[in-house]
Design a protein around this ligand. Structure first.
Ligand code: ATP
Ligand code: MG
Length: 372
């Protein structure tokens, strides 16, 4: 067993050596390094360990590699400079399901600092995932809905009219949450910021070009308030989400150059057993048997080759919410049948009892799946 108190000898250490450590924020304001640590694989290090990588999460174990060992000189004490490799034990909480393969990919992408594009059907957990990533990595989370973007400059500020002191109308620039976050990121280099661009393919295509330089190696954005280019600091990362597919009206094409600035991550609905687990945990008063039926019906719809439709997890959650309510919990007969007519069929065109419409065809799939 390793003696945790035994210090590692300087000779054991050389550039390229990898080890685990836990950083704290470096309180020395004059230091070029934002993070400092004192231990190598749980043992006391002979010199202080310094790192300046924005992906470091103070207080959480991470894997690093030695870049340089500085000997002490007349000006400063010796130190070990390391490169951040990865966070140890990256974990999302069990309130979200992510396919294990996609989760491994996600972790690798987060560590590489690449922009990530979440692509999946409605209600498959894209927005929830972005929030959980920020929580798991201790990042400040900025949610930005791109559907209200008309001009390239709208990402950072919008022009609004207000009454001036004398009652005269005047136009003013109002900074967006993105601009506020970028300014905060400059002011607080030890903190990290995750900006989530939701509905990324629902803003005007030309306007979206405005944010392109922020997402590539240029890492700059035109700030209409100051009239100058604003540098995107390294402690900012971007995740965007899109609904890709011909069935989504109101979306605009994300062209290959725009796509190329992201590493895509495909999302899909959780497998039935996972959806049942999530719903049972969230709706403890709903009967397990009824949750099973909800998920069975949902999956029959999602998998139906002729229908080719998606069904959001919001629909299965809505059905559980209603099922739990005393109005339905205490009803006689099969309450779920009525609930699914609205919570599932009601999301599509037409009526549940008209088989010539989408809603009617979906009802027929439910009837077959639940043997109603
Ligand atoms: N993989 C999942 N794990 C846990 N909950 C999920 C998952 N997918 C969806 N949900 C549930 O469904 C709801 C909708 O999810 P979310 O808003 O993240 O979907 P989305 O993919 O962003 O949809 P949209 O494309 O419509 O924006 C959430 O409130 C969440 O409770
Ligand atoms: Mg969303």
């Amino acid at each position: 067993m390793a003696n945790l108190q035994t210090a590692i000898q300087p000779n054991d250490l050389r550039p390229g050596f990898e080890f685990e450590t836990i950083f704290q924020t470096n309180r020395k304001s004059e230091s070029a390094f934002r993070f400092r640590a004192r231990h190598i694989n749980g043992r006391r290090a002979p010199k202080v360990i310094l790192c300046n990588d924005g992906r470091v999460q103070p207080g959480k174990p991470c894997q690093v590699r030695i870049r340089n060992i500085r000997k002490p000189d007349s000006r400063q004490r010796g130190y070990i400079e390391v490169d951040f490799l990865r966070q140890r034990g990256f974990q999302l909480d069990d309130k979200i399901y992510v396919d294990p393969l996609q989760l491994r990919k996600l972790q690798a992408l987060l560590e590489s600092g690449m922009n990530i594009l979440l692509d999946g059907p409605q209600g498959s957990g894209k927005t929830v995932l972005s929030r959980k990533v920020a929580e798991a990595l201790g990042m400040n989370y900025i949610f930005f809905n791109c559907s209200a973007i008309y001009e390239a400059t709208d990402f950072l500020a919008s022009l609004q009219i207000r009454a001036g002191a004398s009652g005269q109308a005047e136009t003013v620039w109002i900074p967006t949450d993105i601009l506020r976050a970028l300014e905060a990121a400059h002011a607080n280099p030890a903190q990290r910021y995750l900006i989530f661009l939701d509905e990324f393919n629902r803003c005007r295509e030309m306007a979206r070009n405005g944010i392109m330089p922020a997402l590539d190696s240029t890492r700059k954005l035109y700030n209409p308030i100051s009239g100058s280019m604003l540098h995107i600091p390294p402690n900012v990362m971007w995740i965007a989400a899109i609904n890709n597919g011909a069935q989504f009206t109101g979306t605009t094409h994300v062209d290959p150059a725009q796509m190329d600035r992201f590493a895509p991550l495909k999302m899909d609905y959780p497998p039935p057993e996972e959806e049942i687990r999530l719903l049972a945990a969230k709706y403890p008063r709903a009967s397990r048997k009824e949750i099973d039926r909800i998920v069975r019906a949902a999956n029959a719809i999602r998998k139906d080759e002729a229908l080719q439709v998606d069904l959001s997890m919001r629909a299965t959650e809505e059905a559980c919410t209603l099922l739990e309510h005393p109005n339905f919990a205490e009803a006689t007969g099969d309450a779920l049948v009525d609930i699914l007519k609205t919570s599932f069929c009601g999301r599509y065109l037409g009526r549940w009892d008209d088989e010539t419409t989408d809603a009617g065809m979906i009802w027929q799939v439910i009837v077959r799946a639940l043997e109603i």
